[in-house]
Design a binder for this molecule. Structure first.
Ligand code: 3PG
Length: 210
């Protein structure tokens, strides 16, 4: 699947911090049951790549990706462990759109966006979305950079996600709110499915042409 196809699977990409490998499969199943299919497992715990392998092998409905990819080596490791896409908080020196797996790089400024476009990327994580201008930044980027599409992430939740999703240059949003730490730790998969279901129903709202 292309990055665009993956990002279109649902309006929200869950950002996951998984501390125990045993949580990976039930968490992925809970999210898929709620209608979220592209899952970002962040490289913030020692078991992250083990979790990616488990999800890739045991939850075929999920399209598992790796987040917090900050080096070329991490991108390669993500691919080697079964990830279908990678997400980075920023641009990685020397890494372009072509590589071992599709990558969604983070940008926060016009200059970074220009560097990313030059490296062949067309889809970007606006990060941290709520801090670097949010919806206003996306509107400002739309005219000079019509070829850029965004997945705003960072401070996005069920309440403000609709404001982002209505923007024509937004393909989806990312966020950790669908998998709260306490729910993962206590194995409250029903709560996570409910959060995922609410997120998956957000949808993209067509914008009226005036
Ligand atoms: C992250 O990389 O941590 C994401 O931006 C998630 O941000 P959030 O916790 O504000 O959803």
């Amino acid at each position: 699947m292309t990055l665009a196809e993956i990002l279109k699977l649902a309006p929200v990409v869950p950002v996951l911090i998984i501390e125990e490998e045993a949580h990976a499969v039930p968490l992925a199943k809970a999210l898929v049951a709620g209608g979220l299919y592209a899952l970002e497992v962040t490289l913030r715990t020692p078991v992250a790549l083990d979790c990616v392998r488990r999800i890739a092998g045991e939850v075929p409905e999920a399209v598992v990706g790796v987040g917090t990819v900050t080096t070329a080596a991490a991108r390669q490791a993500a691919a080697d462990n079964g990830a279908r896409f990678g997400v980075s908080p920023g641009l990685i020196e020397g890494e372009g759109a072509d590589g071992p797996l599709p990558l969604l790089p983070g940008i926060a400024t016009a200059t970074e966006l220009m560097w990313g476009l030059r490296a062949g990327f067309t889809h970007f994580k606006l990060f941290p979305a709520n801090i670097v201008g949010g919806v206003g930044a996306l509107k400002a980027f739309a005219s000079p950079f019509p070829q850029a599409t965004f997945c705003p992430t960072g401070g996005v939740d069920l309440n403000n996600a609709p404001d982002y999703l209505v923007q024509p240059n937004v393909i989806c949003v990312g966020g950790s709110w669908v998998a709260p730490r306490d729910a993962v730790q206590s194995g409250d998969w029903g709560r996570i499915t409910a959060l995922a279901r609410a997120a998956s129903r957000l949808g993209k709202t067509p914008v009226a042409v005036v």
